[in-house]
Ligand binder design. Structure first.
Ligand code: PRX
Length: 704
C-alpha cells in the first residue's frame, strides 16, 4: 500500500458571507491503487482526460454509445433545441433487453448472468445463465404482450423483492418497450399504489413473499392496499401478476382475487418456448420511471431514456466499476433503487458480467454472512453504501478476515462516508488489495457524476473525487458566483453540461423539472446553448485544491436515510392523517448506522392530551404509508411548533434541538418561548452543551 501526503492543512474558521458556508475539514491522506489492479483495469490510458475534455463534448459520449449494439445509428449526438429537455443519440434505434441479454449469447451463452442467493443459508444459490435468462425474459415478455395486452409506451408498476424474477420482469418490459416503474420492495402497498396511479399503470407485478431476517414476509398483502390506493387516486388496476417465491407453492396468506390476480407460473405454461423479437426503440423512448423524494410532498417519477441511459451506465460500469465479462460482481443495493437499476441490472448485464442478487439482510444469520457469500461465489467486485458498511463493522469488525475472498474493487454510494469507516472498508473488507471508488450521484442522474477513475486517480477517504469523464461539475454560491477549488468554502454543486444518463423529465410535470433542477442557475431562459443551463443537484459540496469534491449532504428538506432520500413533506402528510395530530414536522437526526433517521414533532388538536398511544399511531402510520424505512427514532408531542411570523414551521430550530446543536437566532420567531419548552421535552431540564453539527444538519430547513 502506498500513501502519499500531498496536503494536510486544517482549514480553520474561514471568513464567509451569508451566501457561503464555512467548512472545517482536515485533509486526508491519499491511497494509491495497487499495481495488480492497475495491470488488469479497463481504463488506464491517460488520453481519456483529453478524449472527454470539454472541447470534445458532446461527441466524447459516442465512446459509450459505441459499447452498445444499435439497430440504427444516431444522426445527432446531442440535440439542445428544447432546453433543458436535452435529447441524446437522436435518430438511433436500440433495445435495452437485446443489449443485456441476446447479444451476450454469442460469447457467454452458458456463463452465469445472475446468481440469486436466497436468505436461508440451507437453500443453494441459483445460477441463471445468459441462455436461461434469454429463455425466461422471452417467455415473460410473451405473457406481458399477449395475456396483459401491453405494448411500447405503456407503464407497468413492479413491486418485488430481491429475486432473479425482478430483472427478468424488467428486461421483459424493456424488450417490448413497456416502461417499467419498480417500487422498492420495502415500501408499503400504499406507496406502491400512489406511484402506480401517478404513472397510469393498470398492471401490477408482485411476488407472494420473501425472506428477510429469517421471516417469510407476506408481500402479496401489499397488493390489496396498492390496488385500493390506486383506485382512490382514480387509477384502476386490471391485473395483478403474482410470482411465486417457491415454484408451485403459494407462500402468502392473502387470498387471490378472481379475474384480477394471476399466478405467473400458471399463465406462463401457455408461453413456453415463446420468442419475442425485441422492439427497436427510439433512442429517446423512455425505458423506466424511478420515483424519488423531492422538496415538495409528491414523489417525482424520474423518467429515464433508453439510448443515452444505457450508454451511460454501460460506459461507467466499464470504466469506473471496472467490470469485465469475467468478473463476479455483487452490488448489495436493492434493485428498487436507482443504484440497482444501473449497477445491478443494466450496466453489468450489458457488459456480459455475472451479477449477484442477494435476497435478505446482510447480517442474517450472523455478521459473517456477506463474506461467506463473497467467498462461496468468488465475488471480486463489491458495491454497497456507508450505512451497510457501518452496520457490518458494528456487527463484526473482524469477520472479513475469517473468509477467503478477494475483492479487486469496491464501491461506496449513497451518502458521505466518514474517513474512519472508509479506512475499515479499505483495510479490513478490502484487505488493502481492493481499490475503492466513492461514487456521488442521484436517482435523476442515471449514473455516476463524481468518482475517482479507479486505476488512474488516487483515493482520498471521504471525498468522492473529480467529475467522471465528460462531467464538468462546478460549485456556485447563492449569488451565482463560482466557489473556487481550494477556497475552503462550500456551496451548491452543479453540473455545467448535460450527459446521456440525465433523466428526461419528471413524469407528467415538465414545469417542476425545469423549476427544481434548472431555474436556480439558468443564465438565460431563451438560450439554446447548454452552457447556459447548469444542473442544480441540491447538494452542498466543497472542492479541495486537488479538484476533488467532498459532498456535504442535501441542501433541501430531504432526509437521507441509509443512503436514500425521504421527503420530509411526504412524511409530514402521513402524520397528519392521524386523527389527533394538528401539525407535524420531520427533522433528521444523526444515527450511528443509518447516517440520518427522521425524528417527528407533532402538536395535537384541541381536546387531546399527549400519550404514548398517539406516538405509536404515528409510527404505525408512517410504516404503513411509507414503509419501515421511514420509522422515526422518536416522536415528540409538543405544545406548539416554533413558527415564523408568517406562520411557517421552523424545522431548522427543531433539527437543532434534536441534535443538540445551537438553535441560533430565534428572536424573529412568532413564539420564541416555545423553543425552551420543546428543548426540555426533548433534552430534559438540564441544558446540554451544543455539539458541532455536520453541515447538512446546520443547513437543514434554512431554505424555508
Ligand atoms: O445527497 C447525495 C447523496 O444521496 C443523494 C441522492 O440520493 P438518491 O437519489 O436516493 O440516490 C442514491 C444513490 C445514487 C445525493 O443527492 N449521495 C449519493 N452518493 C453520495 C452521496 N453523498 C455523498 N457521497 C456519495 N458518494
Amino acid at each position: 500500500m502506498t500513501t502519499t501526503t500531498i496536503e494536510k492543512d486544517t482549514l480553520d474558521a474561514v471568513h464567509t458571507d451569508e451566501s457561503q458556508i464555512a467548512v472545517h475539514w482536515k485533509e486526508e491522506e491519499y491511497y494509491a491503487p495497487s499495481p495488480d489492479f492497475v495491470k488488469q483495469a479497463n481504463l488506464t490510458d491517460p488520453s481519456v482526460n483529453e478524449r472527454f475534455a470539454e472541447k470534445n463534448f458532446p461527441q466524447c459520449f459516442e465512446e459509450y454509445a459505441d459499447m452498445l449494439t444499435w439497430y440504427e445509428r444516431w444522426n445527432t449526438v446531442l440535440d439542445t433545441q428544447d432546453p433543458p429537455f436535452w435529447k441524446w443519440f437522436v435518430g438511433g434505434k436500440i433495445n435495452a433487453s437485446y443489449n443485456c441479454v441476446d447479444r451476450n449469447l454469442a460469447l457467454y451463452r452458458n456463463k452465469a448472468a445472475i446468481v440469486f442467493v436466497p436468505e436461508p443459508e440451507d437453500e443453494e444459490p441459483q445460477v441463471l445463465t445468459y441462455q436461461e435468462l434469454y429463455v425466461r425474459v422471452n417467455e415473460f415478455a410473451a405473457l406481458l404482450r399477449s395475456f396483459c395486452g401491453l405494448k411500447a409506451g405503456d407503464r407497468v408498476t413492479i413491486h418485488m423483492p430481491m429475486v432473479a424474477e425482478l430483472p427478468i420482469t424488467m428486461l421483459a418490459c424493456a424488450r417490448l418497450g413497456v416502461i417499467h416503474s419498480v417500487v422498492f420492495g420495502g415500501f408499503s402497498g400504499e406507496a406502491c399504489g400512489l406511484r402506480a396511479a401517478d404513472s397510469g399503470s393498470n398492471v401490477l407485478i408482485y411476488m407472494d413473499g420473501y425472506y428477510r431476517g429469517g421471516k417469510m414476509i407476506d408481500h402479496k398483502a401489499g397488493a390489496e392496499i396498492a390496488v385500493a390506493t390506486a383506485a382512490k387516486e382514480g387509477q384502476k388496476i386490471d391485473k395483478v401478476l403474482v410470482w411465486k417465491r417457491y415454484p408451485g407453492k403459494y407462500t402468502s396468506a392473502t387470498p387471490m382475487v378472481p379475474d384480477r390476480d394471476f399466478f405467473v407460473d400458471e399463465i406462463l405454461k401457455d408461453f413456453r418456448r415463446a420468442i419475442v423479437d425485441p422492439v427497436p426503440m427510439d433512442s429517446e423512448a423512455p425505458l423506466f420511471l424511478m420515483y424519488t423524494s423531492g422538496t415538495t410532498g409528491k414523489p417525482k417519477g424520474c423518467q429515464h431514456r433508453t439510448g443515452g441511459y444505457l450508454a451511460y451506465v454501460t460506459g461507467t460500469s466499464k470504466y469506473i466499476q471496472d467490470i469485465h465479462p469475467t468478473d463476479t460482481y455483487w452490488c448489495m443495493a436493492d434493485i428498487g433503487w436507482i443504484t440497482g437499476h444501473s449497477y445491478i441490472v443494466y450496466g453489468p448485464l450489458a457488459l456480459g458480467a455475472t451479477s449477484v442478487i442477494y435476497e435478505g439482510l446482510p447480517t442474517y444469520p450472523d455478521a459473517g454472512r456477506v463474506w461467506r457469500i463473497a467467498e462461496r461465489l468468488g465475488v471480486n467486485i463489491f458495491h454497497t453504501s456507508p450505512t451497510a458498511i457501518r452496520g457490518l463493522r458494528k456487527a463484526g469488525p473482524d469477520e472479513p478476515m475469517k473468509y477467503n475472498y478477494h475483492f479487486k474493487h469496491m464501491t461506496t454510494v449513497g451518502e458521505p462516508i466518514e474517513p474512519e469507516v472508509w479506512r475499515w472498508y479499505y483495510n479490513i473488507v478490502g484487505k488493502t488489495e481492493a481499490v475503492i471508488v466513492d461514487t456521488w450521484w442521484q436517482t435523476e442522474n442515471g449514473g455516476f457524476l463524481c468518482s475517482t477513475k479507479p486505476a488512474m486517480d488516487k483515493m482520498k477517504p471521504g471525498s468522492a473525487g473529480p467529475g467522471v469523464p465528460g462531467i464538468y461539475p462546478v460549485i456556485y454560491d447563492e449569488n451565482n458566483q463560482e466557489v473556487k477549488a481550494g477556497s475552503g468554502k462550500a456551496g451548491n454543486i452543479c453540473i455545467r453540461n448535460p450527459w446521456p444518463g440525465i433523466f428526461q423529465t419528471i413524469w407528467g410535470d415538465r414545469d417542476r423539472f425545469v423549476r427544481q433542477y434548472y431555474a436556480k442557475y439558468c443564465r438565460d431562459t431563451k438560450s439554446k446553448r447548454w452552457q447556459d443551463w447548469p444542473y442544480f443537484a441540491a447538494d452542498g459540496a466543497v472542492q479541495a485544491g486537488d479538484g476533488y469534491f467532498r459532498i456535504l449532504g442535501r441542501v433541501d428538506d430531504v432526509i437521507n436515510v441509509a443512503g436514500h432520500r425521504l421527503g420530509t413533506k411526504e412524511l409530514e402528510s402521513a402524520c397528519l392523517t392521524v386523527t389527533e395530530v394538528a401539525e407535524a414536522a420531520v427533522v433528521p437526526v444523526v444515527d450511528e448506522i443509518k447516517g440520518r433517521v427522521p425524528e417527528i414533532y407533532i402538536s395535537l388538536k384541541p381536546g387531546y392530551a399527549a400519550n404514548k398511544e398517539i406516538s405509536d399511531k404515528v409510527i404505525a402510520t408512517l410504516e404503513t404509508m411509507i414503509g419501515k424505512i421511514a420509522r422515526p427514532k422518536r416522536v415528540h408531542i409538543v405544545p406548539d411548533m416554533p413558527k415564523t411570523r408568517s406562520g411557517k414551521i421552523m424545522r431548522r430550530v427543531l433539527a437543532a434541538i434534536s441534535n443538540t446543536l445551537d438553535t441560533g437566532d430565534i428572536t424573529t420567531l412568532a413564539n420564541p418561548d416555545v423553543v425552551e419548552q420543546i428543548r426540555i421535552t426533548v433534552q430534559g431540564k438540564e441544558k446540554l452543551a451544543f455539539r458541532e453539527g455536520p453541515e447538512d444538519l446546520k443547513q437543514f430547513g434554512t431554505q424555508e
